[in-house]
Design a protein around this ligand. Sequence first.
Ligand SMILES: Cc1cc2nc3c(=O)[nH]c(=O)nc-3n(C[C@H](O)[C@H](O)[C@H](O)COP(=O)(O)OP(=O)(O)OC[C@H]3O[C@@H](n4cnc5c(N)ncnc54)[C@H](O)[C@@H]3O)c2cc1C
Length: 479
Amino acid sequence: MKNSVALARTARMIEALRQRGADQAQDVTARPEDGSAGGAPPRDTRRPRVVVVGGGFAGLGVLRHLEARLPADAADLELVSPTDHLLYTSLLPQVCAGEVEPRHLAIPLRASLRRTTLRTGHAVDVDTAARTITVVDGNGSFRLGWDRLVLAPGSLTRTFDIPGLAQYGLGLKNLAEAVYLRDHVLRQLEYASTCPDPAERRARGTFVVCGAGYTGTELAAQMRRFTLDALRYFPRLAADDVRWILLDRAPRVLPELDETLGAGALKVLRDRGVEVWPQTSVTRVTADSVTLSNGETVPAHTLVWCTGVTPNPLMEKVGTETSKGRLVVDERLNVPGAAGVFALGDAAAVPDVTRGGAPAGQTAQHAVRQGAAAGRNIAASLGYGKASPYRHRDLGFVVDLGAGDAVANPLGLHLSGAPAALVTRTYHLLALGTGTNRAHVACDWLLAAAFPEQVVQLGFLPPPHATIAEIEDTRLYPN
Ligand SMILES: Cc1cc2nc3c(=O)[nH]c(=O)nc-3n(C[C@H](O)[C@H](O)[C@H](O)COP(=O)(O)OP(=O)(O)OC[C@H]3O[C@@H](n4cnc5c(N)ncnc54)[C@H](O)[C@@H]3O)c2cc1C
């Protein structure tokens, strides 16, 4: 009896393996490499496994498409992400300025995906020959097999080899950095307000933002307003004690966007009292100074680094061609030379066919649409529907400067002031992934308009752990 059960089981396994075919993933090795029990849920090994790395705009877009288009038994869907939420980055400056609560920008992945298994951890290596990735989580590391691999781990703050930057520069790429930056600014106001030395008071009250792209511009505009408002709780400080300096090596603000948007934003920045220094960059940073490319040294205890992003180092692990660190893909988001691998979002150089094949911009707009395109093409590769190239016409950009001011060019229409602010906030509410997030953010805006600022520090992160490398986990990827 025992023998016949064992024989039947073996026959079933052989049949399952035969059906799986050569194209299918290696068995799951979803357990710590130390051999202790791992968390792999049981799966039907005849089904192909689609593993998505990164639950941001691009990765979530892929999975939403696959959940909607693939029959339930067509594939096992798995997501590897260090967090259990997608971060709606566009409103991060408003977390610093206190207009939006941090949790309200976190779009829950478990609530957004119905039949995807979420594994919280970092993918740190890719083996395209064995068809596995290595994942590091709180319990150690494990390997995960895949039939289709989607790489969408986004990007990290781009830093340069500038002395002192790694130690003293502050980034703005995730919620921890946004909350820390707000605390840090309030701490400087606190020190400045009790400081007997005028020079030190001035250094504490001087905030330098490097990078006048949309992140730096929004941040400087909104934080200047926030710090001036906060002065009501620091009666020893005057408006002149608080300086916000926005600098960029480019000749104008918002260099990556339309000139009209740049001119509109510059007017708001100047009206608010932000000092804008074009064609200037940073050459050295210390705890209490920022030295500039023109030789000037600005006494300041704050440098916020908003000069752009660098693709996630995971992309270099694939072993195929990269362009400035972004993994090169074709128009269908396939990685040439790595069968079954797709890449998209900030971490991939996706040819934009509407701009002669130049790499698409690193924006949420592109990432979301690439997610849908990749989802379609992965489904096609599994026998459902037809593959097609990624194509996206730019719909314009919105830049929220806070306090009812914005600049925007939806569908090529140039707007500023209240109409732009209305379009900008409507856009963000529509783009936020869930009704719950929309309702929370809308209430945050109403409350911020109706009540005085809550000037408090949350203190979640002690200062020694606030470097960009520490908060953005850049040390996870060994060379
Ligand atoms: C402050 C700020 C403001 C912005 N404002 C705008 C805006 O107004 N409009 C706009 O269009 N764009 C904006 N962007 C750009 C936009 O956020 C990005 O272009 C977009 O997030 C890219 O999507 P993605 O899916 O490639 O990456 P992300 O959305 O960053 O998602 C990547 C995901 O991968 C995860 N991940 C990282 N490493 C690993 C790993 N090793 N293994 C597994 N998962 C990993 C991350 O935790 C993250 O969840 C802004 C960016 C910032 C930082």
